[in-house]
Design a binder for this molecule. Structure first.
Ligand code: AMP
Ligand code: GLY
Length: 431
């Protein structure tokens, strides 16, 4: 099979790496890909993955490429093309593509839609309301004592959530979105949620429109600095599974959160084929959904796929064709840890073009994989080319050993002003 993967981050590197292991894959293109993706080889015939310089948001260009090269399957990584309707477009042109269609992708593309859906189908979530006008929004924030999350309705590069701890902050956040328009059209409507306290976990479920298969839980570290300080980022590191959630608890969460979701989808005529990734807060009064994502998490994918035993091509095919009931997910024992190495300054402004060293040495280590995100090749060197640069991943028999292995690799890799957290998974070991 010929495959086209869309995206350029660490998530897409992990997807390509895993797809390349499948005996079904005979050719892989990635648009636009990155320097690490361009080094992957297919297990079936040792051919190299070809990066194509087309943006993940250039839907007409991607369709034209697919019509010319005729991949048997296109796999969509990021949220934006899904929200823009790439799946509907490809399907209209008879091209096989994996990911939720535009209606289904609304779970991520519209927080107002997601909140109304959760309220309608009794899915545990924060107390919340949607607004387009400042006055009622501020009145609602006041009923929460200003302790709230103010969220832009639409996609905002993962930055559309402002967490507020008092009324001054809440009023400022509301003004920023509804008056100053800092998120443009994405912030024309907002959702205000009560602030939830607890431990956050990521759930992933592969869906085929009828059934779902839940992954083990994982945990991301969203803040830039150790001990959960500093600004929110796209994610600074993950581990999976999480030792503080038993199988039984995960089943209970799935019953509370996934089953009403699936019923709601059937009632609303939503055929959800893809990954549903709910972000969950484990609160004193039970698990609550903070938000939905309609795709694999980044960097959650980097800790899931090294442990997944199934053939990913077969799973994605079954998700499209509605035959997921014939598959059980199988996972390697142990734990995976991913430490993100970012450019100094991220998530604010940062320099690019810093030479990265140490990659060749780590590439030969067992149970270790460096997934590239913001990297580029410059002559015979790999240089930084984005905020999140690398996802240094290792897997071992338990969390402590996997952490140690991941940080051992991190310590070998160097680039000017590299920044990473030292405490990925540390709290879960102490707990
Ligand atoms: P989201 O993109 O909606 O997941 O929000 C980004 C981050 O903001 C989440 O990962 C949480 O850390 C935080 N957050 C979002 N909503 C809430 C909430 N209702 N209570 C507390 N923290 C939240
Ligand atoms: N891990 C955060 C995200 O993928 O949205």
């Amino acid at each position: 099979m010929k495959l086209l993967v869309i995206g350029s981050g660490g998530r897409e590197h992990a997807l390509v790496w895993k797809l390349a292991q499948s005996p079904h894959a005979t050719r892989i293109w990635c648009a636009p890909g990155n320097a690490g993706i361009a080094e992957e080889r297919l297990a079936s015939n040792a051919s190299i993955v070809e990066c194509v310089s087309l943006s993940a948001e250039d839907l007409p260009g991607l369709l034209q490429f697919a019509e010319e090269r005729r991949p048997d399957l296109t796999v969509v990584g990021p949220d934006n093309p899904l929200g823009m309707g790439i799946v509907d477009l490809f399907e209209r042109h008879g091209r096989r593509i994996w990911g939720p269609n535009q209606k289904a992708a609304q779970f991520e593309a519209s927080k107002v839609f997601a909140q109304r859906f959760m309220d309608k189908y009794g899915i545990p979530t924060a107390r919340a309301s949607a607004f387009a006008d400042v006055k009622p929004a501020k009145a609602f924030a006041e009923t929460l004592g200003g302790r709230c999350a103010v969220k832009a309705d639409g996609l905002a590069l993962g930055k559309g959530v402002l967490v507020c701890r008092n009324l001054t902050e809440a009023n400022q956040a509301i003004d920023k979105m509804l008056v100053n328009g800092i998120f443009g059209p994405a912030g024309k409507r907002i959702v205000i949620q009560e602030l939830l306290e607890g431990v956050e976990v990521s759930l992933h479920a592969l869906c085929d429109g009828q059934v779902f298969r839940l992954f083990p839980a994982s945990q991301d570290h969203k803040r830039a600095f150790d001990d959960d300080c500093g600004p929110n980022t796209g994610g600074m590191g993950t581990f999976s599974p999480v030792p503080f959630l038993s199988e039984a608890e995960l089943k209970r969460i799935s019953r509370l959160i996934m089953e009403p979701w699936l019923k709601g989808c059937a009632a609303e005529g939503i055929m959800y084929r893809g990954i549903l990734y709910p972000g969950i807060m484990l609160t004193d009064s039970g698990p609550k959904v903070l938000e939905y994502n309609a795709r694999f998490g980044d960097p959650e994918t980097q800790v899931y796929l090294p442990r997944l035993k199934n053939d990913l091509v077969e799973l994605l095919e079954s998700s499209i064709s509605g035959t997921l009931d014939r598959h059980e997910l199988k996972w390697k024992l142990g734990t995976a840890v991913c430490v993100v190495m970012a450019s100094g300054g991220y998530p604010g402004s940062y320099a690019k073009g810093k030479v990265i060293t140490g990659l060749a040495e780590v590439a030969s280590w067992p149970n270790t994989k460096v997934f590239h995100a913001g990297t580029a090749r410059l002559a015979d060197q790999i240089v930084t080319h984005g905020g999140r640069v690398l996802g240094v991943t290792a897997w071992a028999e338990n969390l402590a050993a996997a952490r140690q292995a991941a940080y051992h690799a991190v310590d070998k890799i160097r680039f000017d002003a590299a920044h990473f957290r030292r405490d990925i998974g540390a709290k879960a070991i102490l707990a």
